[in-house]
Design a protein around this ligand. Structure first.
Ligand SMILES: *Cc1c(COP(=O)(O)O)cnc(C)c1O
Length: 401
């Protein structure tokens, strides 16, 4: 039984699907020509990049000239924020984002603050949603950019992107969204959703790591992040990661084809897992319910226990999961997202994120629901906090003498 391997960390990264790998392989071996070269060996790679760009454009309802390949999601986020900030500093120095962004956004904002920009970090409610009136009020004459993530990587909240974009456009402010968790999983239409810039990364939807995209709406002025050769129409230097780009293109196309059926399947499994976990006493489900939550996201807090010990015991049962976000689970800091939705430190420490995906079966969910309650009980039995709590409970229920 312990030999069973259950991967429930699809928001951290995914495997490369075989169909994606098959398309990538020739570009790692026979088709190695530098796309910038003149000879015919390079034609195949040039065409492959072109086809991938078209596939991405189609998935986002964008134009192919608005798609720029990057070295992943973090680079796309850095480029969007720094590129827009430096191209617009004559217009203003104010940027608005949220408290629950990925560190690729938050740490970039901190860097910009050290370089003369001012950043407003919007709060979120108990389910992780920003307030549209607060956004409207935060925009000033100096605001140049609003950056709000499409879907949160920890608690699965899907923000009201179209409405946010509408407010930004009414106020003549640019709107960027970190859609790294959303692309390939929920429908996106950059035009209908009023999005000016959007970041995505292939490895979150069964493509390779180290390749992503920044969508930049036509006509937007942006400074380069990576300077050098003339690749990506003079906007992003560096010899193209051709195999990666080809993989990204195939992965996004596959994801579009499978999206509806896969979302139904994942939503059913997600809700089965959430309902099962809710039966464990003193458990809190974090994030929204229903269709405003990512289909594969489950996030719960078990009171009186540490997320870290939970992960180790789960791992010993063959289950890969995470606590907080992948980038912070090496540390003991509680998640900034859970603190932002109002959880106290001691509860935020006991959080568990289970993210479902293409490899997840109903047996995986049943197995997890079988082993998790025992693990939680075992950890509580060892927890001084739990025993103190039980003693207090007993005193309360004893009749006064
Ligand atoms: C994974 C992730 C990133 C970073 O993408 P990389 O490709 O790992 O650099 C940024 N934002 C969000 C929301 C993510 O989930």
């Amino acid at each position: 039984m312990n030999e069973q391997r259950v991967y429930l960390d699809h928001s951290a990264t995914t495997y490369i699907k075989p169909q994606v790998f098959d398309e990538m392989l020739p570009y790692l071996t026979t088709h190695y020509g530098n796309p910038s070269s003149i000879y015919s060996l390079s034609r195949a790679t040039e065409n492959a990049i072109d086809q991938a760009r078209e596939r991405v454009a189609k998935a986002l309802h964008a134009d192919k000239n608005e798609i720029f390949f990057t070295g992943g999601g973090s680079e796309a986020d850095n480029w969007a924020l720094k590129g827009i900030a430096f191209a617009n500093k004559h217009r203003g120095n104010h940027i608005i984002t949220t408290k629950i962004e990925h560190h690729a956004i938050l740490h970039t904002c901190e860097f910009l603050e050290k370089n003369g920009f001012e950043v407003t970090y919007l709060p979120v409610d108990s389910e992780g949603f920003i307030n549209l009136d607060e956004l409207r009020q935060a925009i000033t004459g100096k605001t140049i950019l609003v950056s709000v993530m499409f879907a949160n990587n920890e608690i699965g909240t899907i923000e009201p992107i179209k409405e946010i974009g509408k407010i930004c456009h009414e106020k003549k402010v640019l709107f960027h969204t970190d859609a790294v968790q959303a692309v390939g999983h929920v429908p996106i239409d950059v035009k209908a959703m009023n999005i000016d810039l959007l970041s995505l990364a292939a490895h979150k939807f069964y493509g390779p790591k180290g390749v992503g995209v920044l969508y930049i709406r036509k006509g937007i002025k942006i400074e380069n992040l990576i300077h050098g050769g003339g690749q990506e129409r003079n906007k992003r230097a560096g010899t193209e990661n051709i195999a990666g780009i080809v993989g990204l293109g195939k992965a996004i196309e596959l994801a579009q084809e499978e999206m509806d059926a896969e979302n139904k399947r994942l939503t059913y499994l997600r809700d089965k897992l959430i309902n099962g976990l809710s039966r464990i006493p003193y458990t809190k489900v974090n994030g929204p319910v229903g269709n405003k939550r990512m289909p594969g996201n489950v996030n719960v807090c078990f009171r009186f226990i540490e997320g870290e010990s939970l992960l180790l015991l789960l791992d010993s049962k063959g289950i890969s999961a995470s606590s907080g976000s992948a980038c912070t689970s090496g540390s003991l800091d509680p998640s900034h997202v859970l603190l932002a939705i109002g959880l106290p430190h001691e509860i935020a420490h006991g959080s568990l994120r289970l993210t479902l995906g293409s490899s997840t079966t109903e047996q995986d969910i049943d197995y997890t629901l079988r082993v998790l309650p025992e693990i939680v009980q075992r950890l509580r039995d060892m927890s001084p906090l739990w025993h103190t709590f039980l003693e207090k409970q007993e005193n309360v229920s004893k009749p006064a003498v």
